[in-house]
Design a protein around this ligand. Structure first.
Ligand SMILES: [Zn+2]
Length: 274
């Protein structure tokens, strides 16, 4: 039973006794290669017969009887016949998100693999760890691991109102709860207080853990909280936030996508006020 959101048992090498089929995810930048007419990974025989010069296949793990590998290619112009690149985000399906999360995991690992071919301390060529996901420098001994960046996301309520803001990077006119990355040395609660103060001038109290959601596209981990308004007047920073306001559940603006933890925080507020 796989309980992780990546729906895969991560492995850094192929199990010796594995007899099943291999699936290879081919990536370029944020995109993954799929069959032209369906949102499925390209057939392994097609990948292997086309990318004959590639050697850097990266072990991802096993799931549901298949072994998964990733391959990162530099040239997106030359691809096997009957295939196309699409952004991994476009794989998301409400009814079955396994391909989406596996592909997101694979992209994160493949990108990390490329970024750590050389030691970040002395510049020597690194070796891949065989027991855990790591890169080891044979010259200076430095070991690096895939990075996960923690970020907090927090709903702020005041009576029957919730604080929602429009981020400057949002492409749609979506209003959401506030979020921000954790600084080294900060507790999660300190990040919550700092981000909300910086972006809106509001101080909060009663910070409570709500849940979490790994997000592979920036290697982040969203850790969600709820909080209550304590004091301050709404003054937006006009940098990360371009508009913000207090909303009641019967007059909400356009909300973030239903599968985001941001939306779950907003739905939690709605369920408490209807
Ligand atoms: Zn080194």
């Amino acid at each position: 039973m796989l309980t992780s959101m990546i729906y895969l048992q991560p492995l850094v090498t192929k199990p010796e006794d594995f007899t099943g089929e291999t699936v290879i995810y081919v990536y370029h930048d944020l995109d993954i290669l799929v069959e032209k007419d369906e949102l499925t990974p390209v057939e392994t025989s097609k990948v292997l017969s086309y990318y004959t010069k590639e050697k850097d296949f990266i072990s991802l793990g096993v799931a549901e009887g298949y072994y998964y590998e990733a391959l990162f290619v530099d040239d997106r112009g030359n691809i096997p016949k009957g295939t196309r690149f699409i952004n991994v985000r476009n794989l998301f399906r409400i009814d079955d998100d396994r391909f989406f999360y596996r592909a997101g995991y694979g992209r994160q690992i493949a990108e990390w693999d490329r970024a750590t071919r050389f030691c970040g301390k002395c510049g020597s060529k690194t070796l891949s760890g065989t027991k855990e996901r790591s890169k080891i420098c044979p010259s200076c001994g430095y070991v690096s691991y895939p990075k996960v960046s923690p970020a907090v996301i927090c709903s702020v309520t005041r009576g029957n109102e919730i604080l929602l803001a429009r981020g400057s990077k949002f492409t749609l006119p979506v209003y959401s709860v506030l979020a921000g990355f954790v600084e080294p040395g900060e507790t999660l609660e300190e990040t919550v207080r700092r981000e909300i103060m910086e972006e809106t001038g509001i101080s909060v109290k009663n910070i409570r853990y709500f849940g979490n959601q790994p997000w592979p596209f920036s290697s982040s981990m969203m850790i969600a909280f709820t909080a209550a308004y304590s004091s301050g007047d709404l003054t937006i920073d006009n940098d990360e936030i371009i508009d913000a306001g207090w909303y009641t559940e019967d007059a909400l603006p356009m909300l973030p996508s239903p599968y985001s933890i941001a939306r779950k925080l907003i739905e939690n507020f709605i369920s408490q006020h209807t």
